[in-house]
Structure formats: structure tokens, C-alpha cells
Design a protein around this ligand. Structure first.
Ligand code: ZN
Length: 303
């Protein structure tokens, strides 16, 4: 069905579209019973971008479930099946999902369009942590725009008949991201405290965008427990800089963060910020809601 251009009004094509539409209950176009473009996205924010750009035209499956981390993840066999039927696979890249190379090789789906969304961000705007590009670009809405546009281009490549709709949806959503960006600028500019410690370097781009400082991290690589030396150094930094908060994450235990906050003194608290979101929780179900929620939590800690 995707091979026919709606704009092409020749009677044969119109007839084919009508037949296809009528047949859509029983399936039309290579086993796509719903008639929708199947899209697999690695993480919740990218899946949300896909739904905003694809609208009713797409069916999106997210691989990394709420509460899990993309840094340490294995897809299920059900997800591999959906991926084998997907026409677009959207990942972040920059080594966020180290398991992707392996599954793209395993899944027999040569026609699938691979969108590595963070690769659309200009190199000049990428930042490094520990000598490697930090992958958490989506947490800066002005960089998320590049990921949304990469997803738009991937959907158009897979389903060129609906180019206009994808382009329109993407433009509408980009406007919302621009509004979000200016709202966050306004809120963060009023923070009296600019420094914080994070569980892992997830807020690198966010801090750079809004004049905050991720002054230290508990774990350079998530899941890699800090040594006694690392903890002592971080506690010293927190005291020296007068840092008031350690931002933990729902995807990882906060034991080390709690220990560090306790050792740093009574004024230091641990607060959870969610870098990924959860479709089942209305507070953080979409990317824009998620960012608003996290900024409100930051405001409580840094105001
Ligand atoms: Zn991360």
C-alpha cells in the first residue's frame, strides 16, 4: 500500500487504495493487519517522538521498558519478532545502546530503515564525557529537535506516500519543543543554586544548555560502583562547592547516592529525576511532560 502515492489520482491507483482500505480489516500489504507502519524505538523518549511524527500512521514498540536502563538491556524474543516486522528502527546511538549492533545483525530484516537519531546532531554541539561523546542528547530539547527531524526523514524513507503528513507533524512538534526550551530557560535562569551531582552523566547537555553545572557524578558508567576513593573525592567536592542535591534515577538503585549525601552533610538531599519516562505514568508519559516534571523537581532542589 505504501507504494501508491495518494497524490497520484489515476483511477487505477485510486481503485487500488480503495480495495486496500476495504481489505485493511483482514490485512493488506505484507501482513500489516493494522495497515500501520511498524516502528521499533529503543527508548521511551524516542518512541514518543515517533508517535508525534507518525501520528495514526505508525504503530510503535519501545524496547527498553520503564524502570530499565538502555545501558544494560537485552531485548526479549517478542521484541525481536516485532523488530523483524518493523519498517523503521530508531535508536539514539553514540553508544547508548551497545546491544543494538548485535540485534540488527541477528534480525533478518534487510529492508528496515535504521535511524540513529543522535547522529543527526551537529558534531559541534556534542559534548564528551571520559573522552567519548556523551549520548544523552535528548535531554536538551534544542538537540531533541535534530532527533525528531531524523525520525521524520526515516519515516518518509520507509513510507514516502505520507511525506506531507510526517513533515507537518514534525514541524508542529518541533514548535512545541521550541516552546518547551524557552520555558525551561525561564525557569532555570531563576535557580539560585546552579551546581548539582548526578548519578551518571545524564544531564550533561541539559546543564550546558541552561547554565547549570553537573559538578560530579556518582558513577561514570551506570552500574559501575564507585570506589571508596571516588566517594571521598565526591563528598569533598560537594562540601567545597556547597552543592545541595544529588540527582538519582528510577532506573538504578540510589544506595551510593544516599551514602554520599549523608557523608556530605545534613543539607544535602537525594532527589530522583527520570531521564527516560514511563508511558504508564501520566506525569512522565510523554517527553514534554517528562521534561516539565524533571524541571519542577530540579526547581524544588535548586531554587
Ligand atoms: Zn545514561
Amino acid at each position: 500500500m505504501n507504494k501508491f502515492h495518494i497524490r497520484d489520482s489515476s483511477p487505477l491507483v485510486v481503485a487500488a487504495i480503495v480495495v486496500c482500505a476495504l481489505a485493511s480489516v483482514t490485512g493488506c500489504g505484507g501482513g500489516q493487519a493494522s495497515g500501520k507502519v511498524k516502528v521499533t524505538a529503543s527508548i521511551v523518549p524516542l518512541a514518543d517522538f515517533c508517535r508525534n511524527v507518525g501520528g495514526e500512521l505508525v504503530e510503535v514498540e519501545t524496547m527498553v521498558p520503564p524502570g530499565a536502563s538502555p545501558h544494560t538491556f537485552e531485548p526479549t524474543s517478542g521484541q525481536m519478532k516485532f523488530l523483524s516486522e518493523s519498517r523503521v528502527f530508531v535508536t539514539n546511538g553514540l553508544d547508548l545502546e551497545s546491544w543494538v549492533t548485535d540485534i540488527v545483525r541477528k534480525v533478518a530484516n534487510p529492508g528496515m530503515v535504521n535511524v540513529v537519531a543522535a547522529e543527526a546532531v551537529p558534531r559541534s554541539r556534542l559534548l564528551k564525557t571520559e573522552g567519548l561523546y556523551d549520548p544523552h542528547v535528548w535531554l536538551d530539547p534544542s538537540l531533541a529537535v535534530y532527533e525528531v527531524e531524523a525520525i521524520r526523514d526515516g519515516l518518509i524513507e520507509a513510507d514516502p506516500a505520507h511525506e506531507d503528513e510526517y513533515s507537518r507533524n514534525a514541524a508542529d512538534y518541533v514548535k512545541k519543543l521550541e516552546t518547551l526550551d524557552s520555558q525551561i530557560k525561564t525557569v532555570t535562569s531563576k535557580f539560585s543554586s546552579k551546581d548539582f551531582v548526578a548519578l551518571h552523566p545524564v544531564w550533561t547537555y541539559f546543564a550546558a544548555r541552561y547554565g547549570l553545572r553537573q559538578a560530579g557524578v556518582v558513577e561514570e558508567l551506570p552500574g559501575k560502583e564507585p570506589s571508596a576513593h571516588d566517594i571521598a573525592k565526591l563528598v569533598d567536592d560537594i562540601k567545597a562547592l556547597g552543592i545541595k542535591v544529588v540527582f538519582a534515577e528510577p532506573q538504578f538503585g540510589d544506595k551510593a547516592a544516599v551514602v554520599i549525601a549523608q557523608e556530605a552533610g545534613p543539607g544535602v538531599v537525594v532527589r530522583k529525576l527520570d531521564p527516560l519516562g514511563n508511558p504508564d505514568n501520566p506525569d512522565v508519559s510523554g517527553y514534554i511532560e517528562l521534561m516539565r516534571h524533571d524541571v519542577a523537581m530540579m526547581r524544588e532542589a535548586l531554587k
